[in-house]
Design a protein around this ligand. Structure first.
Ligand code: NDP
Length: 326
C-alpha cells in the first residue's frame, strides 16, 4: 500500500512533540479530494494546535494550508478534477504531509499565474487580511489604523493592502530590521515595540486623537497599549495570541477607554460558506494580480524540519511567511 510522509503529534507541548512519520495514503470519501502537495503553509495557529491552546483530538496531524495538484476525487465531486492545481487553508487539520484529503468545497482552483509556493505561503494570511480590513471594517482613505507585527506573515500583507486602500498605517515590529521591513512595505509610521511604548507614540502621531482601528494579533502583551491607542468609539480587533491569550477582561474597560468596540474574530466564520470563501479568495487574488500586495519569497524548510520552522516562528526569528516543502 502506498504511503505518505508527514508530521503527527501524540501529545501537546513544544516543537519537539512533532514527529516525522509515515502512514497509509488516505482515500477521499464523499465530497472529498486527495491533494498531492507542492508547498505547505506554516501559520502561528499551527503552534496553538501543537501546544493545546486550541485543543485538537490526539493523536493528530498538524497544519491547515497547502497548495498542490488533485490526485484523486471521491464520489460526488464534479469540481475540481484530477490534475487541477488547488489550494486550501481550512481543516481537516493535517496539511503537514506529502498529500492530504480535504473537502472539495474548501479548495480554490488556482489561476496559472499564481505559483503554488506563493499561495501556500499566503492563502490563510491573505484571506485573514481580507476579512480584517475589507469586511470587519472597510478600511479606506479616512482611516488611520494600527497594525501590530507588521513584518510578520499576516502583517506584511495587511500593511501593503491597507496602503493600497489609502489608509494611514502605523505598524509595530520588534527590532530595527523588522521595522525597516514594515517601512519598506509602505507603513507611514513604524514603532519598535521592543524599545518604545506604543500608545504614547500613537497619540503623538495622531495629534492626540488615536486611531480608528487596532488590529492586534499579538494578544496578551499589547492588549492594554492597543486599547489606549484607540480614538473614542474606535474598534479593537483582537485576532491572535502570539504572546499569549488575552484573558480575564472586564468589559467595563471598553467604556473607561472611550466607548470602544471589541471583536475577537476568526477566519472560519468569514469563510464558512462556499460563496464567502470564493469571494474572499477572489478579492485576495485580485490584490495579488494587480501588484497591490506582493508576497516576499517565503523562508523554506523541508517538511521533515517542521520542528525548526515552529522554533523559529515562536522565537520571533522570522519575517513574512514560512513554507514546508515535501
Ligand atoms: P507572524 O509571522 O506574524 O508571527 C507572529 C509575530 O508576532 C512574530 O514574528 C513577532 O513579530 C510577533 N510577536 C510579538 N510578541 C511575540 C511573542 N511573545 N512570541 C512570538 N511572537 C511574538 O504569524 P502569522 O502571520 O502566522 O500570524 C499572526 C497572528 O495572526 C497570530 O497571532 C495568529 O494567531 C493570528 N491569526 C489569526 C487569524 C484569525 O482569523 N483570527 C487567522 C490567521 C492568523 P515581532 O518580532 O515583530 O514582534
Amino acid at each position: 500500500m502506498a504511503q505518505v510522509a508527514g508530521i503527527k503529534i501524540a501529545e501537546f507541548g513544544g516543537p519537539e512533540k512533532m514527529s516525522f512519520t509515515r502512514w497509509e495514503t488516505p482515500t477521499p470519501g464523499e465530497g472529498e479530494i486527495l491533494v498531492r502537495h507542492e508547498a505547505i503553509g506554516v501559520n502561528f495557529i499551527d503552534t496553538y494546535h501543537r501546544t493545546g491552546l486550541y485543543a485538537v483530538p490526539l493523536p493528530s496531524g498538524i497544519g491547515l494550508e497547502a497548495a498542490g495538484t488533485v490526485e484523486a476525487v471521491g464520489p460526488g465531486v464534479s469540481s475540481p478534477a484530477v490534475g487541477d492545481r488547488v489550494a486550501y487553508c481550512s481543516g481537516p487539520i493535517g496539511a503537514y504531509a506529502e498529500a492530504h484529503v480535504i473537502k472539495a468545497d474548501r479548495c480554490v482552483t488556482l489561476p496559472d499565474w499564481l505559483a503554488s509556493e506563493t499561495i501556500a505561503a499566503s492563502m490563510l494570511k491573505g484571506l485573514t487580511s481580507q476579512y480584517l480590513i475589507r469586511q470587519i471594517h472597510r478600511c479606506g482613505p479616512d482611516d488611520t489604523v494600527l497594525f501590530h507585527a507588521g513584518a510578520g506573515g499576516v502583517g506584511q500583507i495587511a500593511v501593503q493592502w491597507l496602503k493600497h486602500l489609502g489608509s494611514t498605517v502605523i505598524a509595530t515590529a520588534g527590532g530595527a530590521e523588522k521595522c525597516a521591513i514594515a517601512r519598506a512595505l509602505g507603513a507611514d509610521h513604524v514603532i519598535d515595540y521592543r524599545s518604545e511604548k506604543v500608545a504614547p507614540r500613537v497619540r503623538e502621531i495622531t495629534g492626540g486623537k488615536g486611531v480608528r482601528v487596532v488590529y492586534d494579533g499579538v494578544g496578551k502583551d499589547t492588549w492594554l497599549e492597543s486599547l489606549d491607542s484607540l480614538q473614542t468609539r474606535g474598534l479593537m480587533v483582537s485576532f491572535g495570541n502570539a504572546s499569549g491569550p488575552v484573558t480575564g477582561v472586564d468589559v467595563g474597560i471598553l467604556a473607561a477607554k472611550g466607548s470602544l468596540f471589541l471583536t475577537r474574530p476568526t477566519l472560519v466564520h468569514y469563510t464558512a460558506t462556499r460563496e464567502s470563501l470564493q469571494g474572499a479568495a477572489d478579492d485576495y487574488f485580485a490584490a495579488l494580480k494587480s501588484g497591490a500586495v506582493k508576497i516576499a519569497d517565503p523562508t523554506v524548510y523541508a517538511l521533515k524540519d517542521a520542528v525548526q520552522a515552529h522554533t523559529d516562528l515562536q522565537g520571533r526569528k522570522t519575517t513574512g511567511s514560512l513554507i514546508l516543502k515535501p
